[in-house]
Design a protein around this ligand. Structure first.
Ligand code: CA
Ligand code: CA
Ligand code: CA
Length: 451
């Protein structure tokens, strides 16, 4: 990579770190918000301008939902054994549900018949519009950690830990949903599950920069991401990019039935039975799928990079610039309609695609869970330009000093692949004051700002 670019990048980070650092050194800004603590007890929730003491907060997110007005922030800390259902009131629209500072906020709903979900967006046909759920831990819901329905458009699910439920996130309707930077794992059906049954659902769904892993087939599935439509309404315009998708019992991503014009780009797959599946045994189509710049590390069992289940799903498939790394012992590059294609060459012949793909060891930092690539990885700069994908799993910019890296990690952008700009930043900071703070901000700046 070019040294001048590295230094320029370092200066950009240093300047932004100093600006952010100066901002944080100012007196703490106050937010008029609803504050919720499991140590609190006040009822109803009262809007307050400063982070109050627990004694003056309410102790229920459900109570906060009954008090919220449109556009409000709700900050929480502690553990809440509740199901939070939004949509019955216009005061639920435009709300942001967030932890306060670095304090954890966990939603752990009780069992049925008291609760089936952690959060529900959309209540009996009433949508909850423009809701953001961020920085929370949501665990052990019998059905779904987060259920999105009733046309709850523009939901943003950001930087949450969502574990050990039926589905992590289940979507039945709602356009322009953003799911980013979440850790979604140990569910029994799917990490993200979507079954479209109404017009315009799912259009603009974006699934980026998440870790989706260890989904088991306890519920009969075991998919990282499972999206399917109906004869009347296909799932379309979904972007799945920059995710780590690993150790799922069945498919990393499956477009099971009536999917059209969806993109799977710049993801890193490892230890799944299938990386990307198209269609089903009944002949249901998943058409016009774009599969580019992904790494498929295909484990040593009856496993496949791409599985095209039926002839209908070959239509419009645009697959290229992927890495099909066969770990050996039964792994196959793909499955094409009626047969396994063991090697990349077999797959290329059968599918007439993937002309610019490769079959090299991507040199993950620590497979299968840390799918950053090591310095010197042969898939660096082997990808093709993907319009609209300008960062990577870590938020590092693409491209960096060359072309797109295959997979979710842009090597030259730093992060797990190598941290040269951070090293230079550290050296520069040794000359100045406020080292700890700016180092911290330098790190935070790699991901996103947190409140
Ligand atoms: Ca629970
Ligand atoms: Ca990176
Ligand atoms: Ca927060």
């Amino acid at each position: 990579m070019r040294a001048d670019l590295k230094i320029k990048k370092s200066l950009q980070i240093l300047i932004s770190a100093m600006v952010l650092g100066g901002f944080l050194l100012m007196p703490q800004a106050s937010w008029a918000a609803l504050w919720v603590s499991d140590q609190g007890g006040a009822n109803p929730c009262i809007r307050q301008a400063l982070p109050p003491t627990p004694a003056t907060t309410c102790n229920s997110l459900v109570t906060a939902a009954s008090s919220s007005t449109s556009g409000e922030n709700i900050y929480c800390e502690g553990t809440f054994n509740e199901q939070i259902t939004l949509g019955s009131s216009a005061g639920h629209d435009n709300t942001t549900w967030d932890n306060w500072s670095g304090n954890s906020c966990t939603v752990d709903p009780p069992n049925p018949p008291t609760a089936f979900y952690g959060f529900v967006l959309g209540d009996a046909g009433n949508p909850a519009l423009n809701v953001t759920i961020r920085d929370l831990t949501i665990t052990t819901a019998i059905f779904d950690g987060i259920m999105i329905g009733s046309n709850s458009h523009n939901a943003t699910i950001l930087n949450n830990t969502i574990s050990s439920s039926g589905n992590g996130i289940n979507i039945s309707s709602g356009t322009d949903i953003v799911i980013s930077q979440n850790n979604i794992f140990s569910h029994q059906v799917a990490g993200i599950n979507g079954s479209r049954a109404t017009p315009d659902s799912f259009s603009g769904l974006s699934i980026t920069r998440n870790a989706i892993h260890n989904i088991t087939n306890g519920g009969g599935a075991g998919d990282g991401i499972a999206l399917g439509g109906t004869v009347s309404f296909s799932v379309s315009n979904v972007t799945i990019a920059n995710n780590f998708i690993y150790s799922n019992d069945l498919n990393g991503v499956t477009f099971t039935a009536y999917d059209d014009s969806n993109s799977v780009v710049n993801n890193s797959f490892a230890d799944n039975d299938v990386g990307v599946n198209l269609g089903d045994s009944k002949g249901s189509p998943a058409t016009n799928t774009v599969i580019r710049d992904n790494i498929f590390s295909i484990p040593s069992r009856a496993a496949y990079g791409i599985y095209v289940y039926n002839a209908a799903s070959t239509s419009g498939l645009a697959s290229n610039y992927n890495d099909f790394y066969l770990e050996g012992g039964g792994s196959n590059a793909g499955y094409w309609v009626s047969g396994a294609q063991q090697t990349l060459a077999n797959w290329q012949t059968a599918s007439s695609g993937d002309a610019n793909s490769t079959d090299v060891n991507p040199q993950f930092v620590s497979a299968p869970s840390n799918l950053h690539i090591q310095a010197g990885s042969p898939v660096n700069d082997l990808g093709t330009t993907i319009v609209g994908i300008n960062d990577d799993y870590d938020g590092d910019p693409r491209p960096w000093g060359g072309a797109w890296s295959m997979g979710a990690d842009q090597l030259d952008g730093g992060g797990g692949g190598g941290v040269p700009e951070f090293t230079i930043l550290t050296m520069m900071l040794a000359l100045g004051a406020g080292i700890g703070l700016i180092l911290l901000i330098g790190r935070l700046n790699k991901k996103h700002n947190t409140i």
